[in-house]
Design a binder for this molecule. Structure first.
Ligand code: UT7
Length: 331
């Protein structure tokens, strides 16, 4: 398939993780688990947890400021703010609106995307369309999640998996060269909607004392359901992103995958026939930060010099919805 010319490019990245580290050993003192089980089944050793006085928009602000600095821009240069999150500061309004005020950017559209772990890829795809059509020049895309607030700390099947953090990217118009967003693919299939969700606290089941007592306002997941579909869909979405741009796996310099489980990532690597050494991995230190996981890893790869200008980067994510997607970007 012939590739379209890029319409937008990533011109800056940034990330933020709270200071407090929660290790597997710490968790083994809270629930019936062990460092060995968590490391072997997930690849996670530790994760970050936000302070009590820290909200999603505070973390988003830190990541956004770093991405703007890296792009050599201020918030006043932005035309749009998109935040992928399911743990915004308030049920209403959008976390993006609160972030807009913190950044000092005014009178530009600012909205949240509810696509769970795929939130950053959804945001990137939407931002690319706005820049590509010249409706916007510079768009800030943030993935931020404060999952520690919505975890059931008595449920060992979920509380050991997730962490808090934020990552951001600024998109601007592509230049004359071949750098830029080459293709993005988005999907949702609600067949497994009940396998990963927060059951209470929305319009279908408002909060009640009974619901609170049963922790129905916390993350619920049937992990094995999600595991199987994640391997399959992340592989096919990655292939679609490559096909749409006329690329093959051997053209990929780095894969920046959603960091949910090292075993999922290893399976995807095998199926795509891309060695695991070409994956940017930080799940060991951050766990699953949902929509923040890709932009945190992307920023890490850029800042430590692994990801260089001109490198071809494949990103893929899947989460509640289930919603998933992929993006192919020449940095
Ligand atoms: O980012 C959003 C998308 N989410 C994902 O992609 C997550 C996908 N799923 C997974 O990563 C894996 O399914 C998990 C890591 C969640 C679980 O791993 P698993 O290999 O699928 O384990 P399992 O759920 O089949 O459980 C195996 C055993 C069970 O015990 P029995 O029934 O065999 O006696 C669980 O009760 O492991 C037990 N178990 C634990 N043991 C110690 C579950 N959680 C824990 C734990 N510590 N934390």
């Amino acid at each position: 398939m012939a590739s379209e010319r890029p319409g937008s490019q990533i011109i800056g990245t940034g990330a933020y993780a709270p200071e407090k580290v929660l290790t597997n050993q710490d968790l083994a003192r809270i629930v019936d688990t062990s460092d060995e089980w968590i490391r072997e089944r997930t690849g996670i050793t530790e994760r970050r947890v936000a302070r009590d006085d820290e909200a999603a928009s505070d973390m988003a602000y830190e990541a956004a400021r770093r991405a703007l600095d890296a792009a050599g821009l201020t918030a006043r240069d932005l035309d749009m703010i998109i935040v992928g999150t399911v743990t915004g500061d308030l049920p209403m309004p959008a976390c993006a609106a609160i972030l807009q005020r913190k950044l000092g950017a005014t009178m530009i559209p600012a909205f949240d995307i509810s696509a769970a772990c795929a939130g950053f890829i959804y945001g990137l795809s939407i931002a690319d369309k706005f820049v590509r059509t010249a409706a916007c020049k510079r768009v800030l895309v943030v993935g931020v999640e404060l999952l520690s607030r919505v975890l059931d700390w008595k449920d060992r099947a979920t509380c050991v998996l997730f962490g808090d953090g934020a990552g951001a990217a600024v998109l601007g118009p592509a230049g004359d060269g071949d750098r830029g967003v080459l293709s993005t693919q988005l999907y949702t299939d609600a067949t497994l909607v009940d396998s990963l969700c927060i059951r209470a606290g929305g319009s279908r089941e408002p909060l009640t004392n009974e619901g609170l007592a049963e922790n129905r306002h916390k993350v619920f997941m049937v992990g094995s359901d999600i595991f199987k579909i994640a391997v399959k869909n992340l592989t096919s979405a990655s292939r679609s992103a490559l096909d749409a741009a006329g690329f093959t796996p051997s053209d990929v310099t780095w894969v920046v995958p959603h960091q949910a489980n090292l075993r999922i990532i290893a399976q995807v690597a095998l199926r795509l026939d891309i060695p695991l050494e070409r994956f940017v991995l930080n799940i060991e230190r951050y766990g699953n930060t949902s929509s923040a996981s890709i932009p945190i890893a992307l920023d890490e790869g850029v800042r430590d010099g692994r990801i260089k200008p001109g490198d071809t980067v494949l990103m893929c994510a899947l989460g509640a919805g289930i919603s998933w997607g992929s993006a192919l970007v020449r940095m």
